[in-house]
Design a protein around this ligand. Structure first.
Ligand code: DAH
Length: 449
């Protein structure tokens, strides 16, 4: 729906040529951003966050990969990880496609199978930019960054073939910490979160779990201790609350059992990562059936927002020196880590747009966000982003109406225009809004009210 008009049949991204087809739905601005690599830009908050996490997974046990191409196959992003064919993540409304079998990776897990296969170290880390069609607000951006990690042990090479003993011996080499950990759920659940009993003995699954949990707790303690140090250095009234973390049962197609780790920070429980015991099928398909282990994935942007108190995710993309200068030197000395000092809050220009969906989109099943048939809210987000770019702070559905006689559906969105770098003039906002209105008609076939 929101794919650019007349998509080119060949496109070049980072010197590689791709043939597009009817699945192509990636705007030029998104393709151009694949060169930015914020996770590798020295002293950028995303890169500093990556570095803090990497420091807890040292080489040679862990080998770090930072430059895999973000354009991958559907086989890498979904099939190799056991995503079912009808998984919603595969839809064009959620994912940017180049063609039917090529997409912008939606997570760094896309590279797991290839690294398990290469098997060049017992552990690995992958950091990179990932892409998802999504809503627009202060914590969502269509490009963000993830860091993936995994650790395996090999039945055929551990001393005496005793993999459980090998894992506990590695566990004993990890430091301890004194942060309170709640682990209220049973370690696994027979239906919801099963052990892979055809592949792992209970003792093996337990050993992997204990090693996973300690490793990831140590990482999270490091991040949040640094956040607290920065806060207490800068704010004389800072009240130190003890850190708390908890493990919550989760589901991912490529791990079982699976968990999320949540951290209690400044009054809220925050979900910080997904993790689990890697599905043995992935290792078997990667020709390393004698290996077993764990994996996790963590989003860097939200962590960096917390660590540096950055109020809006769009700031990461700013090239304004008033933003970037604040982090100079931190990468070489993490003890210099400071909270971001906002340079200004420019005025907001909220504007509403109301439209009727095409009759074909109006009937039948829907959900709370006005998604029906061939209409998806993410298409509105994409049009707004394409026309107005980073000047939009958020877009919210504020009203919805079904005509009692015709059954046609009308939606009203409030678009909040606010630059992070300067004051928008009234005229500029009006002009952008006009552009958005025109593009909604042209690309989504809606009728303005
Ligand atoms: N790829 C998952 C996501 O984007 C995160 C994740 C969960 C990665 C569990 C993992 C894992 O490696 O084991 O939501």
């Amino acid at each position: 729906m929101s794919s650019p008009q007349d998509p080119p049949s060949k496109i070049t991204v980072n010197n590689k040529i791709y043939t597009t087809d009817s699945w192509f739905n990636t705007p030029t601005k998104i393709l151009e951003s694949t060169t930015r690599k914020l996770h590798l830009q020295k002293d950028h908050p995303i890169s500093i966050t990556r570095q803090i996490i990497e420091s807890k997974f040292p080489s040679p046990t862990f080998k770090s990969y930072t430059s895999f191409d973000p354009i991958v196959s559907t086989a890498e992003n979904f099939d190799s990880l056991g995503f079912p064919p009808d998984h919603p993540g595969r839809s064009k409304s959620d994912t940017y496609y180049i063609n039917q079998s090529t997409l912008l990776r939606t997570h760094t897990s896309a590279h797991e199978a290839q690294l398990f296969r290469a098997s060049s170290s017992p552990g690995y880390l992958i950091s990179g930019d990932v892409y998802r069609r999504d809503e627009i607000d202060r914590s969502h951006y269509p490009i963000f960054h993830q860091l993936e990690g995994a650790r395996v042990w090999d039945r055929s090479t551990v001393p005496n073939g005793d993999i459980v003993a090998a894992i506990y011996s590695d566990l004993a080499k990890l430091p301890t910490h004194n942060v309170q950990v709640d682990d209220p759920n049973p370690p696994h659940h027979p239906e919801r979160n099963p052990l892979q009993s055809e592949h792992h003995t209970p003792a093996e699954a337990e050993a992997i779990t204990v090693h996973l949990k300690r490793s990831l707790e140590l990482m999270v303690v490091e991040i949040f201790s640094r956040a607290k140090q920065a806060a207490s250095r800068q704010d004389p009234n800072y009240v130190d609350e003890p850190l708390k973390v908890r493990w919550v049962e989760a589901y991912f197609p490529f791990t079982s059992p699976s968990w999320e780790l949540e951290v209690y920070y400044q009054g809220d429980w925050l979900e910080v990562l997904g993790s689990g015991v890697s599905k043995q099928e992935i290792l078997i398909n990667a020709d390393v059936p004698s290996q077993i282990g764990w994996a996790f994935g963590i989003g860097l942007d939200r962590i960096a927002m917390l660590l540096f108190q950055i109020p809006d995710i769009r700031l990461f993309w700013s090239t304004d020196a008033r933003f970037l200068k604040q982090f100079t030197g931190v990468e070489d000395n993490l003890d210099l880590l400071k909270r971001f000092v906002p340079f200004s809050k420019y005025p907001a220009c909220p504007k509403d747009v109301s439209f009727w969906l095409r009759p074909s989109s109006a009937a039948g099943g829907d959900d709370k966000r006005g998604n029906v048939h061939d209409f998806h809210e993410n298409d509105v987000m994409e049009v707004v982003r394409d026309v107005a770019g980073d000047v939009v702070e958020d877009v919210k559905l504020v009203d919805e109406f079904v005509h009692p006689k015709t059954g046609r559906r009308s939606l009203c969105y409030r678009i909040n225009y606010r630059s992070l770098e300067r004051t928008l003039t009234g005229e500029e906002a009006v002009e952008m809004h006009e552009g958005v209105r025109r593009a909604l008609v042209e690309r989504l076939g809606v009728e303005l009210r």
